[in-house]
Design a protein around this ligand. Structure first.
Ligand code: C5P
Length: 305
């Protein structure tokens, strides 16, 4: 008998705007963010099996990833099985390209791709709304990896409104082998805010995103978007990794319109005026011995290939 399998992809993301409110009682922070999915995707291949298993391969080092039951991919597959009363399992292989602990939602992309892959493999047909509901139980960024495109996220970042912005932007991503822990970066932000509460602007309890972002995204005006890029986690990431400041500066002096720490970092996202400029900038980083790649945004969400 031939084993059936389904392949799905899901994109990494950058946050072109990330406003962070105060720490909540549940350990999360209310955010107001604009996610944009990029053309760097992880791929999930799910095959029929009586049990559940996951393995990782790909162009980035995946040797540090745990493959026990705590793995988000297995939790995603089991959640679909539970919701659909499905009694079988799946053998899942993930090809990773989105950096691990890079601030680009790579783990969330794997979970989102798994949701659509096993749902198609098993023919459980849970539907978009149910998959989105399961996604929110797996992590704050999983609903966006499922959704893709450009979206406004509030709450923990999991309450999404689509932003109809089809204009294409060209980004250069500068990767870092040494990931940053998202909870550590949020903790650093809280620490900094507690220690310097007199010096910094009052933290909005209910953070919001300015309309100017939405206008720039809709119009495809890279110059305007470059002016507005904003990430409240950037200072915290730079305090934990001061050397990222030099990456931002290198990018901005070699053709980027502006740069930003992607999410909780350490990936740096640099906005280029057009594709040739993005290619030239990536080449400058490569010549400098750094790992850089060009991507376009927005890109589609998790989908069967
Ligand atoms: O939901 P996820 O597992 O991706 O979040 C990882 C951690 O990042 C959370 O446990 C929390 O410490 C932090 N976080 C946060 N506020 C958010 C999203 C994440 O504090 N809105």
């Amino acid at each position: 008998m031939v084993t059936r399998s389904v392949t799905a992809t899901a994109p990494g993301k950058i946050n072109v705007c990330l406003r962070v409110g105060p720490l909540r009682d549940d350990g999360y922070h209310d955010v107001a963010t604009i996610f944009q999915a990029v053309s760097l995707v992880d791929e999930v291949n799910a095959s029929e099996s009586e049990t559940f298993s996951v393995s990782f391969t790909g162009p980035i080092d995946t040797s540090g990833l745990t493959v026990d039951e705590s793995n988000l991919v297995l939790r995603a597959a089991r959640a679909v099985a539970a919701a659909a009363n499905y009694s079988g399992g799946a053998s899942i292989e993930v090809i990773k390209r989105v950096p691990i602990a890079g601030g680009m939602g790579g783990g969330s992309a794997d979970a989102a791709a798994t949701l659509v892959a096993v749902d198609a493999l098993w023919g459980t047909n849970l539907g978009t709304a149910k998959l989105a509901e399961i996604a929110a139980t797996l992590g704050a960024d999983v609903p966006f990896a499922l959704h893709g495109g450009t979206a406004l996220g509030v709450g923990r970042g999991d309450i999404l409104s689509p932003v109809l912005a089809k204009a294409e932007f060209h980004w250069v991503l500068v990767l870092n082998d040494d990931g940053l822990s998202t909870p550590d970066v949020f903790r650093q932000l809280d620490r900094h805010r507690n220690e310097h509460s007199i010096d910094i602007e009052t933290v909005a309890v209910d953070p919001t995103v300015d309309d100017k972002f939405l206008h720039a995204l809709r119009s495809g005006d890279a110059l305007a978007l470059a002016e507005y890029l904003r990430n409240d986690l950037q200072a915290a990431a730079l305090q934990l990794r001061p050397e990222l400041g030099a990456v931002l500066e290198f990018g901005e002096t070699h053709g980027a319109l502006a740069g930003i720490v992607s999410g909780s970092g350490p990936t740096i996202a640099l906005l280029a005026p057009d594709e040739p400029a993005a290619q030239a900038l990536a080449a400058e980083f490569t010549a400098d011995g750094q790992t850089a790649l060009t991507v376009t945004a927005p890109a589609p969400g998790a989908r069967v290939r």
